[in-house]
Structure formats: structure tokens, C-alpha cells
Design a protein around this ligand. Structure first.
Ligand code: BYC
Length: 308
């Protein structure tokens, strides 16, 4: 039996575009993943936004502001890319606010000190880049193109975070302790961002066959660990994992067991900040209602003029 046009394109590593035929499962898988990704960018603004008014200098405040605005932009590209699959922005927001759609577990942890802003840039954006560089080669054209643009900005974010952590690590004993404390609290949640181990990742097989995912959760996690441990060592910080050791045979770090109970609790709404994040999103969304109404009124007015 001949391959469908869709299968042919996937086999030849060509991009699937919005008007192309695609299996329903492919479309719904992408809507789930891309909307989750967009929501993560938007909810991810909250833990960082918490520190804009308390940034320790004008320079650090400007950089943090720019970073948080970048995250809003990433959310918007991804919502737009997802809309090409036939879901509306309104539906996506409803799914987020009612808990039907997930967002990354990492954003349910609180930012307690300025060092946490460093840890987010260094570790969370660092983990996101590893995942997103791989997603640049995803099979859906609009998603792939959004990733290319997003990755350029994420690498600036990773450097911004590492710079904050380096400064603290080279500072007073108290500042070094702040950096270490942030690493202690953010390390494991960052490792969890990559999702369950491959053997427990029930979405992976299809996603890899459809070339939505290009690498597995475990291989991306490993590459993040291999990159990040030397960065911690370079500035005299200790990764909070007693089982972490370089393995000469595999050329990778071996690492300790991940607390999956904590991961699933956070994913299922029982993290430290889940409730607060959604409540805040609802409040901001309601407060922005007038902007949406004004934008629609303006475009309707323009349309009416054209028709007349
Ligand atoms: N958090 O079969 P699996 C950023 C869920 S934000 C919550 O492996 P999949 C940034 C998963 O959805 C970057 N849930 O699934 C922003 C599935 O549940 P459902 C965010 C998670 O999809 C601001 C179930 O567990 N990046 O960069 O093959 C400031 C089984 O998992 C998580 C993306 O969203 C998690 N961590 O693989 C700073 C990247 N992990 O839906 C930075 C795009 C797993 O079946 N997404 N689950 O009920 C992906 O690459 C993939 O969706 C994942 C999961 C690797 C996350």
C-alpha cells in the first residue's frame, strides 16, 4: 500500500504545514504539547516577575524586565502557532484556567531570594534550551520556526542567570550561601522538567515516530546534566546529588534517583504554588478584558470602513 502524503513527508524529514492533511492524533498531540509549552512561557513569567521590583540594581532590573517580556513573546508565538491547528486562543486559556491543560511543573516552585532568579535563568532556561534546540527540528513547520526564534532568546536568558549566580558565588560567604541554596532547591525540579523516564513516558513512542519529539526525555536530561555540572564546579558550587559521578565508560555523568512522587504531585496540582499561579493568571486575564475588547472594537471598525 502506498504511503500517505503525510507519511512521505515525515519519512523525508519535510515539514508538515497547517493546510496539509494530517492524522487526527498528530493534530491533537501537537495541540496538547504546544499549548502546554505556550502556557509554560506565560505562567513562567510569574516567579520571575515577583523580583522585578526588588532587583538589586538598575542594570539587573532592565535585564530581568527584558527577559520576562521575552517570555511573553514566546507564549504569543506559540499560541499563534497552535491556533494554526484549529484551536482558538480562548479555548486554550479556558483549558489552562480549568486545569485541563498542563504547564511545566517547574513554575510551581517559589522564588525566595534574588539567587533564585539566577537559578531560573541558569538551570530552567538552560534545561529549556536543551529541549527546544531539539524541537527546532520538530516536524510541524510553525512549531519548528517558533523554536528557532525562541532559542536565540533563551541562550541570552541562560547567560543572564549564570551571570547572577557567578556574581553571588564570587561574593561574600553569605552571597555564596544564597547561590548554593538556590542550586539546592532548583536542581532536582530542573531535572524533572524533562518529564518521566523513557520507559514511563507514554506519549514518547508516537511523538518520536511522528518526529514531533526528536530526542527522548532521558537523553535530553542527560545532555543537560553533562553540560551543567561543570558550570557548577567552575564557580565552586556543589550539585546536591551524592550519587553524581563522571562515568569514564559512558562518557556521561551518573546521577541519583529522581523523586517521581514529588514530580507527579506537582504536575497534578499539589505543588507549592499551583493554586497561586492559576489564581494570578485569572486575575490578570480579567483585568486585561478591556484591552481585548478595545482591540476587537478597533479591528471591527477598520473592517466596517473597508466594507463601506
Ligand atoms: N511538567 O509522556 P510524557 C520555558 C506530563 S518553559 C508538567 O513524557 P511528552 C521558560 C506530560 O504532559 C519550557 N507536565 O509527555 C519559561 C504528560 O501528561 P499528559 C516548557 C509534564 O509530552 C519561562 C505526562 O507528563 N517546555 O522555557 O511526550 C521562564 C507524561 O509525559 C512534564 C516545553 O513545554 C513537566 N515537566 O513529554 C523560563 C517543551 N513532563 O499531557 C523558562 C515542550 C511531562 O499526557 N514539551 N509532563 O496528560 C515537551 O517537550 C514535552 O511535552 C515534555 C513531556 C518533554 C515536557
Amino acid at each position: 500500500m502506498p504511503n500517505s502524503i503525510f507519511e512521505d513527508k515525515i519519512n523525508k524529514d519535510l515539514k508538515i504545514e497547517p493546510r496539509d492533511e494530517m492524522p487526527d492524533g498528530y493534530r491533537s498531540h501537537l495541540i496538547r504539547q504546544m499549548s502546554q509549552h505556550a502556557h509554560s512561557e506565560i505562567i513562567g513569567m510569574q516567579p520571575e516577575g515577583n523580583w522585578i521590583t526588588r532587583a538589586p540594581s538598575l542594570r539587573s532590573k532592565m535585564i530581568l524586565l527584558a527577559k520576562v517580556q521575552d517570555e511573553a513573546g514566546h507564549g504569543l508565538y506559540l499560541y499563534s502557532a497552535c491556533e494554526t491547528l484549529g484551536i482558538t486562543r480562548k479555548q486554550m486559556i479556558e483549558e489552562l484556567q480549568t486545569g485541563k491543560a498542563k504547564y511545566s511543573s517547574i513554575f510551581n516552585y517559589p522564588t525566595l531570594t534574588w539567587a533564585d532568579i539566577g537559578a531560573i535563568g541558569w538551570l530552567v532556561d538552560g534545561a529549556a534550551i536543551v529541549n527546544q534546540v531539539s524541537l527546532q527540528k520538530t516536524s510541524y513547520g510553525p512549531y519548528s520556526r517558533a523554536m528557532i526564534k525562541i532559542c536565540k532568546e533563551e541562550s541570552f536568558h541562560q547567560r543572564q542567570g549564570y551571570e547572577i549566580i557567578c556574581t553571588l558565588a564570587k561574593g561574600t560567604d553569605e552571597q555564596k550561601q544564597m547561590a548554593q541554596d538556590a542550586l539546592n532547591r532548583w536542581w532536582w525540579p530542573s531535572i524533572m522538567m524533562f518529564g518521566p523516564h523513557d520507559k514511563d513516558s507514554n506519549r514518547s513512542e508516537k511523538a518520536l515516530n511522528w518526529k514531533i519529539k526528536r530526542e527522548s526525555n532521558d537523553s535530553l536530561r542527560q545532555s543537560f546534566i553533562d553540560k551543567t555540572v561543570p558550570q557548577a564546579e567552575l564557580i565552586g558550587l556543589k550539585v546536591p546529588d551524592d550519587k553524581l559521578i563522571w562515568n569514564e565508560k559512558t562518557n556521561h555523568y551518573d546521577f541519583g534517583d529522581i523523586d517521581w512522587e514529588e514530580f507527579w504531585n506537582v504536575v497534578n496540582g499539589k505543588g507549592l504554588c499551583n493554586k497561586e499561579r492559576i489564581e494570578h493568571h485569572k486575575k490578570a486575564h480579567n483585568e486585561g478584558e478591556w484591552v481585548r475588547k478595545a482591540a476587537v472594537a478597533y479591528s471591527e471598525k477598520k473592517l466596517n470602513k473597508k466594507v463601506a
